[in-house]
Design a protein. Structure first.
Length: 315
């Protein structure tokens, strides 16, 4: 089958519905974002046999359809909305409706071919759900502590009680995550390999296990681009803009940032690399981002080759 015959599908997701569009030959329809609607969609997609389905990350509403597509062995890629908006502007599409958005996603799939999400096992899904819930609890704790700072005396005791409950829930959740990893031989081995690297703690390790299942399966350029730590040029004519990182897996990038800060102090290889960049006049933030990429490449190599970190380790 040549590229002209390949079918690409875009799905615009909302809480109640899924707007679906096919790029060449153009088709569009809508189904409910529920078990019945997704069942109808899967049946139609099975008949079409798309090469790739692209969906925007929408903060959670896409999870059910993505899970069903993965289980049905349909190639699906979840992309950063900013990439799609930039693409839409580049092709002159400024109007925005659910139907138009679905068509743009299908066209984006055909033009860009973003990397499909790999098939995830039940264990990976469970770990991802646990880690996601941990992040939600931390967000609630942070928000409640911020509110406590300016709370009226009438409500302070209730808020303090809620904070104490959230802290207990966080401890229970982290214990469940750790127990899950320890009871799953493959995850236990990966966890131990990741934590062998100075600067990588338990939060970084189980976030990588949950949110970056591709770790160890891609080359250094591929894994850096997937996470979003490969700096991209912003040049035009004689103008030379700063290189920036964006897109990718935000949750992974967040923990890598903290890990890189630690590694720049305690990991001899990352520390040497960081010091060399600072001595060369690089800004501290730029140097840390470079350390994030170097650390990620190191972790990718460690998982790929199943060997623990050593002082003379080379990725």
């Amino acid at each position: 089958m040549n590229s002209l015959e390949e079918i690409f599908v875009g799905i615009d997701v909302s809480k109640a519905s899924l707007d679906v569009a096919v790029w060449q030959p153009e088709q569009s329809w809508q189904v409910g974002n529920d078990v019945e609607g997704i069942g109808k969609l899967l049946k139609r997609l099975k008949e079409l046999g798309p090469k790739l389905v692209v969906i925007e990350a929408t903060g959670g509403y896409e999870k059910l359809i993505v899970a069903e597509l993965v289980l049905a062995k349909v190639a699906v890629s979840v992309v950063n909305p900013k990439r799609v908006r930039d693409f839409a502007r580049s092709v002159g599409q400024l109007a925005k409706t659910d139907k138009i958005d679905a068509r743009i996603l299908a066209r984006f799939a055909q033009a860009v071919h973003p990397t499909p999400r790999p098939l995830r096992s039940e264990e990976e899904e469970r770990l991802s759900a646990l880690v996601s819930r941990r992040r939600q609890i931390i967000d609630m704790l942070t928000a409640e502590k911020n509110r406590l700072a300016t709370a009226h005396l009438t409500t302070r005791k209730r808020m303090e009680k809620h904070i104490a409950w959230l802290q207990e829930e966080l401890a229970d959740m982290e214990g469940e995550i750790d127990q899950f990893i320890q009871n799953t031989p493959l995850w236990k081995q990966k966890d131990e390999l990741l934590r062998s690297v100075p600067g990588v703690g338990e939060v970084t390790a189980y976030t990588l296990l949950a949110d970056l299942p591709e770790l160890g399966t891609l080359d250094r350029q591929g894994i850096a681009a997937l996470v979003g730590v490969a700096p991209l040029n912003k040049d035009s004519g004689i103008k030379r803009g700063k290189r920036r990182v964006f897109g990718g897996r935000e949750t992974v990038r967040n923990v890598l940032y903290m890990a890189a800060l630690s590694a720049a102090r305690f990991n001899p290889q990352i520390k040497t690399f960081y010091d060399r960049l600072i001595n060369a006049g690089k800004e501290k933030k730029v140097a840390i981002v470079a350390c994030m990429r170097k650390l990620l490449v190191m972790l990718n190599s460690i998982i790929r080759h199943r060997r623990s970190w050593q002082a003379n380790f080379h990725a």
